[in-house]
Design a protein around this ligand. Structure first.
Ligand SMILES: O=C(O)CCC(=O)C(=O)O
Length: 184
C-alpha cells in the first residue's frame, strides 16, 4: 500500500462486470435502475455507459474529492452514476460524501483524482453542506457527472465493495476530449 499512488490506494477497479455473470448482466442491462436514471435526469431514455466494481481494501486510502465527468468526453451533463454497495454499508465503512449543488461549480472540473484535487476541492467545498448516509443492503444512490464527492480511508479492517452503473441520456453525443483524463 505504501508504494501506491493516492489514486491506487483508494480503490481497485474491475470493469464491465456484466460480462462475467448472467445474473449481473440481467441487473446491469435491466430496466429498474435505467428507469430511475431516466427519471432523475429528465430524459426520454438512457443508454448504459459502463459498469464496474470498486473495492476499497481494508486499510485502503481515501477517495479524493473529484467529479466523474472529466473522465468522459461527453457533450452534455445528462450522465449519472448509480453507486451500489454490495453489502450493508454503515458510516464506518466510509460511504461517499456528496456536495449537493457543486455540480454547478465549474472551477475545478478538470482536476484529476489526486492529492491536488483533494486539497483544492476540499477548500472550495467548505461553502457547501455535505450529504453522507449509511446504506442498508439494497439501498443505492445516484450522483450526476459533475457533482464533487469523496470518501475517507477505510480503517475497518474489512474491504468495502461497491459496484457502479453509469447511464447517459440516450441522445448524448461525444465531444473532443478537453483534458488529459478524458483522452484515455
Ligand atoms: O467508492 C468510492 O470511494 C469512489 C466511487 C466514485 O467516486 C464514484 O462512483 O464516482
Amino acid at each position: 500500500m505504501a508504494e501506491r499512488s493516492t489514486y491506487d490506494k483508494a480503490l481497485i477497479q474491475v470493469i464491465k462486470l456484466w460480462r462475467y455473470s448472467e445474473t449481473v448482466k440481467e441487473f446491469v442491462l435491466g430496466k429498474t435502475l435505467a428507469r430511475i436514471a431516466t427519471e432523475l435526469m429528465g430524459v426520454s431514455g438512457v443508454r448504459l455507459y459502463h459498469d464496474q466494481a470498486l473495492f476499497k481494501e481494508a486499510s485502503g486510502g481515501f477517495t479524493p474529492w473529484h467529479d466523474d465527468q472529466q473522465y468522459w468526453p461527453l457533450a452534455s451533463r445528462k450522465i449519472i452514476t448509480g453507486w451500489i454497495p454490495l453489502k450493508k454499508t454503515p458510516l464506518e465503512m466510509v460511504p461517499l460524501s456528496f456536495a449537493p449543488g457543486s455540480q454547478n461549480n465549474t472551477d475545478y472540473r478538470d482536476l484529476a483524482i489526486s492529492d491536488d484535487s483533494e486539497m483544492v476541492i476540499q477548500k472550495a467545498m467548505n461553502e457547501y453542506s455535505f450529504e453522507c448516509s449509511a446504506y442498508d443492503i439494497g439501498e443505492i444512490s445516484f450522483h450526476s457527472g459533475w457533482m464533487y464527492h469523496r470518501a475517507p480511508g477505510n480503517e475497518t479492517g474489512k474491504t468495502r465493495g461497491v459496484m457502479t452503473v453509469i447511464y447517459m441520456g440516450e441522445n448524448i453525443r461525444l465531444k473532443q476530449p478537453e483534458n488529459q483524463s478524458s483522452v484515455k
